[in-house]
Design a protein around this ligand. Sequence first.
Ligand code: ADP
Ligand code: X2W
Length: 293
Amino acid sequence: MAAAREEDPSVRPLPWPEELRGRVVVVKFGGNAMVDPELQLTFAQDVVELWHAGLRPVVVHGGGPQISAMLERLGLETRFEAGLRVTTPETMDVVRMVLTGRVQRELVGHINAHGPFAVGLTGEDAHTMTAVRRPARVDGETVDIGLVGDVVDVNPAMVRALLEQDHIPVVSPVARGADGQVYNVNADLAAAALAVALDAERLVMLTDVEGLYADWPRSTEVIGRLTARALDGLLPGLASGMLPKMEGCLRAVRGGVRKAHVLDGRVPHAVLRSVLAGTSPGTTVVPDAVTRS
Ligand SMILES: Nc1ncnc2c1ncn2[C@@H]1O[C@H](COP(=O)(O)OP(=O)(O)O)[C@@H](O)[C@H]1O
Ligand SMILES: CC(=O)N[C@@H](CCC(=O)OP(=O)(O)O)C(=O)O
């Protein structure tokens, strides 16, 4: 891949934090942040720039709005419980088709406009992620939401092999169960599980808000930094898409990831700015023992 390093004229020397060299950074690109085609291009550019700087980026993508749009076109109803899509077998077909057939292909294409970097896979490939069916908890009740899975095991061998070969893995959040069933996994939780298994330095989640709002929807005051313990206390009060996102951040830092960031993906180059600056806009979740960085 040395040729690819030289090939890309957009690369310029940046004052990268030396301690991040060779480290894995898992970047979750949310479906809401990717609705703007321009942002998809700058996102791809950022990921390639991280690679050029010597980091090992792994992309996990979402695609919730894109799945909903396709379900609507097909005249199929969709609804969410606790931020998770109720997934019938018919819905599952559409989820798999949109995520791996469209969203992943688009991202791989944008990244590969810069060189032969990206390789797309799903959690199903080489048993990268194994899921079990998970119900949702709604108002203290357990609710069946169909073919929704939670990741219970990650085999990072294939992703590591791709990283070793200087590739950028682009992972769709679909996973196989030990029962042979294919499950729809929330992309935030898939990204968190992969970040833990890869012993990632950071998990960066790009979404369509500035971060975790303290009192949403009444106020849009962003919580800048919080410990895992503080987040644990907040989780029961969170709703919709922010619930799996913050649950993912919590699992990541509890699983050994140094920091988890929730960033506004509508801001161009949000990933680069965050990694470069060291301190990040948006919300940063740190392990309990860490009070400053
Ligand atoms: N406390 C909160 N702070 C910020 N956003 C919140 C909060 N609670 C719920 N949300 C909603 O969560 C959404 C982000 O989650 P989601 O729609 O799943 O995005 P993504 O596609 O990036 O995963 C926001 O657009 C907002 O509507
Ligand atoms: C179980 C579940 O809800 N799966 C998600 C998978 C995609 C996703 O998570 O996309 P975002 O990151 O854009 O929200 C869904 O069907 O929408």
